[in-house]
Design a binder for this molecule. Structure first.
Ligand SMILES: Cc1ncc(C[n+]2csc(CCOP(=O)(O)OP(=O)(O)O)c2C)c(N)n1
Length: 638
């Protein structure tokens, strides 16, 4: 269709558009967003909310030269639409297509590949101070756009403190929609609420006008504007003192859905020589009624169709995920034991903790996007005698590495870490894969590191962890929960579960890929290759006895994990072999290689890495061939 948007190849094409055409463009952009999410899961409400802000920014600055960082990056879609990616937009979040986050490989308008919240002010300040040190670059503007959900992250205050000290010309735009994924929480949110009722915004203009009238109308508009701000501060009509104290000039709140208003304020602050915080008020889900009314669901909705105005039919998945299993097991623990508490860092919805939040409001804590704080906070509760469960995605827990070390592991406190989204996370891509946690968790003395193979393991490991007096980490992926058939052995510290012993070779599976391993072993047995199966359960302490038995009695051993090979479970097996003086020449490790895995469906990623059933079976065949093992119809030995 011949739309305005289809003719925008770069932000330069926006320069000739009238205000009415910019409005039309905004509505065309929203339509494209709606079409995309009706077909596939993608970030939605946040993107609807920044359409006008995106257009205002790109028509005020020249980001082919100026610097723009969208914090987190999940609201990057409108920016992608007007920076030359409209025609590929339908490929969003598919293998080989556009990434759902900023990606410098796609466009020079994307400066960093991001997906974790909170770093925009730091990187924008770094860019500014870097440009100032480079010859002929100091005229470049630097802008960070950060949501009120990301804003409480501790690193933002480290960056603001640094900016205030350096007095750099930096524009921080606070996109305040009163929402994180769930409604925002904490004292800062309440402060922003008070700023929203500031007289500038609520239209109590009489007094403001009185103040502004004191400022002569003539002269440089920037100077006039600053003089107005100064006068209003004197008159007590101006908010944002917190930011002013940190060295930022606070301006706002400004209506984030009015392109003319936004452009007016942006042009004014563009030339302010020092740090500015522009407080922009938007509505999450703006322009699509169901999303504006339920921004939590529409943050990343499952595909849906609009059947008639306001009526949405959801294509929901009915399968039970590991996240559901954990949430139910934690709920049971909360019911049974008043010393159990649970905390999450702004991911109540993703971790399916809403029923716990509602049933146990005194023992449920949403800290906001503050993972490091959350872990130290849990350490405090554990010291006080409680049994805190920290439910954070594997990738975001990386933020709290030092608190896991110092506040929890070094003190040997009984904090249970449940690491959701451990493993490949599919269409989110490299910023979100939870593939490093085995490596980082198993380094710490005192830490017990577990990976359930199925639903039964998941439930029993949570029960085990609460009874255990050391820190414990349990990892599980975003996947449909499976159950291993047959009799199971109970969870015992440092004990693997031998599912069956094979004469020709052994697979040692770590985590929920065990079910793929079992299927692969069954195929191999059909082919006459007798391959046995161990469910590792513990990465630390490793069941050295069982592992060494496999290494010393089997012609080959294949280890399988959904984590980095470097420092992962297979590495632990090799370390155990070396320490025991046992050869590991007949070991093959399957897992995540030393590179970032691009976005695609999780099944596609598993196939690409040889971690699906055919891939595991093939690795075993190759090992058998190498070791000269011929297929026979040998029976299993015990
Ligand atoms: C370190 C980290 N923790 C958690 C998340 C998950 N997350 C993605 S977006 C989001 C909400 C962000 O809220 P806000 O910054 O206000 O943006 P909005 O979606 O409201 O526009 C969260 C919690 C993340 N991306 N990074």
């Amino acid at each position: 269709m011949d739309t305005l948007l289809s003719k925008v190849d770069s932000p330069r094409d926006l320069s000739g558009l009238s205000p009415a055409q910019l409005e039309q463009l905004a509505s065309e952009m929203r339509e494209v967003l709606c079409n995309l999410v009706s077909n596939r899961t993608a970030h939605f409400a946040s993107n609807l909310g920044v359409v006008e802000l995106c257009l205002a920014l790109h028509t005020t600055f020249d980001f082919s030269r100026d610097r723009l960082i969208w914090d987190t990056g999940h609201q990057i879609y409108p920016h992608k639409l007007i920076t030359g990616r409209y025609h590929e937009f339908g490929t969003m979040r598919t293998k080989g297509g556009l990434m759902g986050y900023p990606n410098p490989n796609e466009s020079d308008y994307d400066l960093f590949m991001t997906g974790h919240a909170g770093c925009s002010v730091s990187t924008a300040l770094g860019l500014k101070s870097g440009d100032d040190l480079m010859p002929g670059q100091s005229d470049r503007h630097s802008v960070a756009v950060i949501g009120d959900g990301a804003f409480p992250s501790g690193i933002v205050y480290e960056a603001m403190n640094n900016t205030g000290g350096l007095r750099k010309k930096l524009l921080v735009i606070l996109n305040d929609n009163q929402m994180s994924i769930c409604p925002r929480v904490g004292g800062l949110g309440e402060y922003l609420d008070r700023l929203r009722v500031n007289t500038f915004y609520t239209g109590l203009k009489g007094e403001v006008l009185k103040v502004l009238n004191k400022v002569p109308l003539l002269g440089d508009p920037v100077e006039r504007f600053l003089a107005q701000v100064k006068e209003s501060v004197k008159a007590g009509l101006h908010g944002g003192m917190l930011f002013e104290e940190l060295g930022f000039r606070y301006i706002g709140p400004v209506d984030g859905h009015s392109i003319p208003q936004l452009r007016k304020y942006l042009s004014m602050v563009k030339d302010v020589d020092g740090p500015v915080l522009l407080h922009v008020v938007t509505q999450k889900g703006h322009g699509f009624k169901p999303a504006a009314e339920d921004p939590v669901y529409f943050h990343t909705p499952a595909p849906f169709t609009c059947e008639q105005e306001g009526v949405v039919a959801f294509k929901k998945s009915s399968s039970r995920a590991y996240t559901d299993v954990v949430s139910a097991a934690v709920f049971k623990q909360m019911e049974a034991n008043p010393r159990v508490t649970v905390m999450t860092a702004a991911m109540c919805q993703g971790t399916k903790l809403e029923p716990i939040r509602d049933a146990f409001p005194d023992r449920f804590f949403d800290t906001g996007i503050c993972e490091s704080h959350t872990v130290a906070f849990a350490a405090g509760q554990a010291k006080a005698g409680l049994r805190p469960i920290v439910d954070i995605y594997s990738t975001f827990l990386q933020r709290s590495y030092d608190q896991i070390f110092q506040e929890v592991a070094l003190q040997n406190l009984p904090v249970t870490f449940v690491l959701d989204r451990s493993g490949l996370t599919g269409p989110d891509g490299p910023t979100h894969h939870g593939v490093f946690d085995i490596g980082y968790m198993r380094l710490f003395p005192n830490m017990v590191v577990m990976a359930p193979a199925d639903e039964v393991d998941t439930r029993t490991m949570i029960d085990f962890a609460i009874e255990h007096d050391n820190p414990v980490s349990i990892r599980y992926p975003k996947a449909t929960a499976e159950t291993i058939e047959g009799a199971r052995t109970p969870i015992e510290l440092g004990r693997a579960e031998v599912i069956d012993w094979g004469h020709d070779g052994m697979i040692i599976g770590c985590g929920t890929l065990v079910t793929n391993c079992i299927k692969a072993a069954a195929i191999l047995r059909e082919e006459g290759l007798d391959v046995g199966m161990i469910n590792a359960r513990f990465i630390k302490p490793l069941d050295t006895e069982t592992v060494l038995r496999a290494l010393t009695t089997s012609p080959f051993v294949v280890t399988v994990e959904e984590a980095t090979l470097m420092g992962g479970f297979g590495s632990a097996v090799l370390e155990a072999a070396t320490d025991a003086g046992v050869s590991a020449a007949h070991v093959r490790r399957l897992g995540i290689p030393d590179r970032y895995i691009e976005h695609a469906e999780r099944t596609e990623q598993l196939t690409e890495l040889g971690l699906d059933v055919p891939g595991i079976a093939q690795a075993c065949r190759q090992m058998a061939e190498k070791r000269n093992i011929k297929s026979t119809d040998r029976r299993l030995v015990s």
